[in-house]
Design a protein around this ligand. Structure first.
Ligand SMILES: C[S@@+](CC[C@H](N)C(=O)[O-])C[C@H]1O[C@@H](n2cnc3c(N)ncnc32)[C@H](O)[C@@H]1O
Length: 276
């Protein structure tokens, strides 16, 4: 039974101009199926203001509003200062799991393909961030990976190898044909956003690829589910949610980014899913 008075329902399919830490407390408990977002971290980008951020308070609110079996995905990396990584990512993961009740489903590497990066004399050229996937409850309510299948390199060949045993020994396995397709692993590679030809997105300094958001939405939600982005920037998560028949809620502290998100949703011709 849908509660029509739910404060979360009243916000469906909206881009809200607000500080998410002020806005989320107004949401109903257990009302969000999936959250996909990328927070500002370690002052990597100059936004219009210099916000500091309380990741614990955010994780706490997200946990409260997420349904049992719901998932929250954080796309995040680590800055470097005086040669040392900030560890923002690892700290967030440990704090969310140890203090707030979240469980870590997986941490995938988002490999930023085509990212030229800077030429650092005494450092690697960093071309990845993390895709941290947390769930609430016993297990994610939805997990679909058919859309993530990739062709097997050795499709059609007969595999005649051995399996490694836990005691270090080997066991010969029955010859079997290699499947034509296999599931994507834990390194997810995407062209960086500015290769998508989406001009509106370029007005925001730090977007993630449409396809990254879409892959997560298809994996962890079903049609009519509610997808939240509490720091929606140019609206990538919300656009992809609406395009895939999910309802969405986007929040951003900067009105100019909210405007971009609203325009994107309108201009990209997204069919907004039905309200209940
Ligand atoms: C990395 S960007 C998100 C970009 C987005 N994923 C996209 O593809 O366009 C982070 C966003 O967080 C917003 N932000 C920072 N602090 C915030 C807060 N307290 N509440 C809501 N939004 C915030 C910034 O304005 C910025 O647009």
């Amino acid at each position: 039974m849908i509660n029509v008075k739910s404060p979360t329902l009243a916000r469906l399919n909206q881009i809200i101009h607000a500080d998410c830490l002020q806005e989320l407390p107004h949401f109903a408990d257990n009302s969000i199926d999936l959250t996909v977002f990328s927070p500002p971290y370690d002052s990597i980008r100059d936004y219009k203001n210099n916000w500091s951020f309380d990741f614990i308070a955010l994780g706490q609110q997200l946990y409260r509003v997420t349904k049992d079996g719901g998932v929250a995905v954080v796309v995040i990396g680590d800055g470097t200062k005086n040669f040392a990584k900030s560890l923002t990512t690892f700290r967030l993961a440990v704090n969310w799991c140890d203090q707030l009740g979240w469980k870590m489903f997986e941490t995938c590497v988002y490999r930023r393909d085509g990212n030229p990066g800077a030429w650092w004399n005494q450092r690697f050229r960093v071309d990845h961030e993390y895709i941290m996937m947390f769930f609430k409850g016993e297990h994610p309510a939805i997990f679909q990976k058919e859309h993530l299948m990739v062709p097997s390199k050795h499709a059609g060949k007969i595999y005649t190898g051995t399996d490694r045993l836990t005691n270090g020994g080997f066991k010969k396995i029955e010859p079997k044909a290699v499947n034509p397709m296999k599931c994507r692993g834990t390194v997810w590679q995407y062209a960086t956003s500015n290769t998508e030809g989406n001009k509106l997105k370029l007005y925001h300094p730090a977007t993630f690829p449409d396809k990254l958001a879409e892959d997560l939405i298809l994996t962890f939600s079903k049609p009519d589910d509610t997808v939240l982005d509490p720091m929606c920037g140019s609206g990538t998560t919300c656009v992809m949610a609406a395009r895939n028949q999910r309802t969405y809620i986007g929040i951003d502290i900067a009105e100019e980014y909210c405007e971009i998100a609203r325009k994107r949703i309108a201009i990209e011709g997204v069919a907004t899913p039905r309200l209940f």
